[in-house]
Write a protein that binds this ligand. Structure first.
Ligand SMILES: [Fe+2]
Length: 330
């Protein structure tokens, strides 16, 4: 055996050892699959409709691609009727958009998506195109009706509220009151007014469950410091009592800054919702939780967030040359 072949063999052996020791390369350790029933009000409209929820894929350099494909294979294995993804598909750049298209394209069920703040920071137009090339329907303040067998279900999608792109009135315009509806919003606090508008179940993301949930650190970081009412999991009500709806905040698949996730609640996650099934019909990971106090962003904060999107657009435009539209969008 040549010296280079020996070195290559040793390198592969070392890599294998590292992978076996590394919890990030063990699907069962790094992911959680969670299953919940839908709201009671769906019982008269739907039977056996399974929704898979993914969020915060952050396809890019921080999250290994095998994590993305693990999420896809777990989603496909659950045989959902539809898949909803609540934003943050990219990680700081447009470099991995072809990978994003490939990941979305591997999902077998119809995919419905809304954008998140990272998608607007990186360039909403190209992210939308990448999603559409992968076969997803992107709901930018819009709704659509899908059919599962003879059953109709509306899906309403809010564009990202963090960066100021959510337009609830546009999203809800023309929504039928005689058909069941689920909602998608990257920011979970948008669920409150959606419930009031008759959307009883909303899927969200953005928080990554805090990524570190040991010693309830996520309640400090996401709740107290970032001011979120909804941090991870199920909140609200699926029954007839107030509030008039529920929101599920997914822990997400990827990460945009550091891949560190510590604690049970912080695990990467694929969630399944059984619509048309009575809550309590099967064991769930947890029931509806109490909302945290939260804090409404000030006008100054909203303005700062909106400006950040424009600054990044201008920076991309400068980098790509003023005559080119590549990577520049609104
Ligand atoms: Fe986000």
């Amino acid at each position: 055996m040549s010296r280079s072949a020996t070195i290559e063999g040793l390198r592969k052996f070392r890599k294998k050892l590292l992978r076996e020791r590394d919890p990030w390369h063990d699907t069962s350790r790094r992911f959680r699959i969670r299953r919940f029933a839908g709201p009671e009000c769906f019982l008269e409209h739907l039977e056996g409709v399974r929704v898979a929820h993914l969020t915060d894929l952050h396809v890019g350099r921080v999250t290994p691609m095998e994590v993305q494909y693990d999420a896809v294979s777990m989603t496909n294995a659950g045989k959902p009727d539809i898949v909803v993804i609540s934003g943050d598909f990219v990680c700081h750049s447009q470099v991995y958009l072809d990978d994003l298209t490939d990941v979305i394209g591997q999902i077998e069920a119809p995919v419905f998506a809304v954008l998140g703040n990272h998608d607007h920071w990186a360039g909403a137009g190209p992210v939308r195109e990448a999603l559409r090339r992968g076969g997803a329907e992107v709901l930018d303040n819009a709704h659509t009706t899908i059919h599962v067998g003879h059953q109709a279900l509306q899906v309403v999608g809010l564009d990202d509220a963090y960066t100021g792109h959510a337009d609830r009135r546009a999203a809800l315009r023309g929504l039928r009151t005689d058909l069941p509806v689920i909602g998608l919003s990257h920011i979970a606090e948008e669920a409150d007014p959606l419930w009031e508008a008759g959307v009883p179940l909303v899927f969200s993301g953005h928080t990554h469950a805090g990524q570190i949930t040991v010693a309830r650190l996520h309640e400090l970081s996401v709740g107290k410091l970032a001011g979120h009412k909804y941090i991870h999991g199920l909140y609200g009500s699926r029954g007839t009592q107030d509030p008039k709806g529920a929101v599920y905040v997914g822990a997400g698949v990827g990460a945009a800054i550091v891949p560190l996730r510590l604690g049970e609640r912080a695990k990467r996650e694929v969630a399944f919702f059984e619509l048309g099934t009575q809550p309590g019909a099967f064991d769930e990971h947890h029931g509806e939780q109490e909302a945290h106090p939260g804090r409404i962003p000030s006008e100054k904060t909203k303005e700062r967030r909106a400006q950040a999107v424009l600054r990044k657009q201008q920076k991309r435009k400068r980098r790509n040359g003023s005559g080119s539209n590549a990577g520049y969008d609104s």
